[in-house]
Design a protein around this ligand. Structure first.
Ligand code: KG4
Ligand code: ZN
Length: 329
């Protein structure tokens, strides 16, 4: 089966084609117009999707040497995400589906992030624990099978991605914050500053990052801070605090369950220090990370999950609504 996937939940305009579980083509266009604003401007993002979608979908088809006639279904992100950008993608997908008389599959963006791990390791087996860390979500899930998810815990305030993005803004490093902080931290001493970590009690799977962000804000307000510490030391120490919290919680989740496989999903899964820390802490367990290009927003994960759903007959009706605050379970 061949499925075209479309992703427009935030500021990446993306299309991909999945055939029998393999990605034949995947194009991601990251909207750079937001850089000057220090964050995503929803109205501009919607207009950019509208401007780019047609070309990106057709270029993706060309890259896969396919025509629309050969597609069996269209998968599109239904939520969560920005209302306007989701709507732009869903309307475009519905137009194509009506025009070509094709089934449409509304896909949960969070579920798609989790399934990006099957693209990295098709032999991944259920059940597994998933640390889902994106710009808006930080959650620990037990994934029993497709469609069966149990939430172990989530953040009480900011998401890990938000902690990177807000921290980056405080440090004047720009948006998105994760890659910017990772880059600024290279060569820095991660033990230079002991930023606070919220671990809560043993066996608690909740997260909190707002205290850490505030600590950074107060730290940067101190006089002569940049004479005492290099930016690399500050970025590395801040990054390490986030990595320590995420690694500790994932380790706790694995220890408190009889599940021996852990996967990471979402944009923050691209973080190199997080990957290293999880691999060394969970040494001996099976760990899967998505390929770097499939950590942050992409349509390959949407096409892949869409194909699974299409095979299971789980298509959407053409009048399905986008759901900006769609949950996983
Ligand atoms: O999954 P994603 O692309 O979009 C959402 O669904 O939200 O995640 C975006 C988040 C942003 O907060 C971004 O700063 C973070 O992922 N991110 C990273 C890295 N690359 C992206 N965080 C840490 N290290 C990275 N290398
Ligand atoms: Zn995402």
């Amino acid at each position: 089966m061949i499925v075209l996937g479309i992703e427009t939940s935030c500021d990446e305009t993306a299309a991909a084609i999945c055939k029998d579980g393999d990605i034949l083509a995947s194009i991601i266009s990251s909207q750079e117009v937001h850089i000057n604003f220090g964050g995503v401007v929803p109205e501009i993002a919607s207009r950019e999707h509208e401007r780019l979608l047609n070309t990106i979908v057709h270029t993706t088809l060309e890259k896969a040497t396919l025509s629309l006639n050969q597609i069996n279904g269209i998968a599109v992100t239904q939520g969560p995400g920005l209302a306007g950008t989701l709507l732009t993608g869903a309307m475009f997908a519905k137009g194509l589906a009506i025009g070509r008389d094709l089934p449409i599959i509304g896909v949960n963006h969070l579920e798609a992030h989790i399934f990006a791990n099957f693209l990295a390791d098709p032999t991944l087996q259920y059940p597994f624990i998933c640390l889902l860390v994106s710009g808006g979500h930080t959650q620990l899930w037990i994934v029993n099978k497709i469609g069966s998810y149990r939430l172990l815990g989530q953040t009480r305030d900011d998401a890990a991605g938000e902690a990177f993005d807000k921290g980056s803004r405080i440090l004047g490093l720009g948006y998105p914050g994760g890659p910017a902080i990772q880059k600024a931290a290279i060569g820095g001493n991660a033990n230079a500053i002991d930023f606070p970590r919220s671990f809560f009690k043993e066996g608690n799977f909740e997260f909190s990052f707002s205290g850490l962000k505030t600590a950074l804000l107060y730290f940067m307000d101190k006089p002569d801070v940049l004479e005492k510490y290099s930016l690399a030391d500050i970025a590395a120490s801040y990054q390490k605090a986030i990595v320590d919290i995420l690694t500790f919680k994932l380790e706790q989740a694995v220890l408190h369950s009889d599940v021996n496989t852990a996967v990471v999903a979402g944009g923050v899964a691209a973080n190199k220090e997080l990957r290293k820390a999880i691999e060394s802490t969970l040494n001996g367990k099976r760990i899967v990370f998505p390929d770097l290009v499939y950590c942050t927003d992409n349509a390959a994960m949407v096409a892949y999950l869409g194909e699974l759903k299409l095979r299971a007959g789980k298509t959407s009706s053409l009048d399905f609504d986008i759901i900006p605050n769609l949950k996983l379970a």
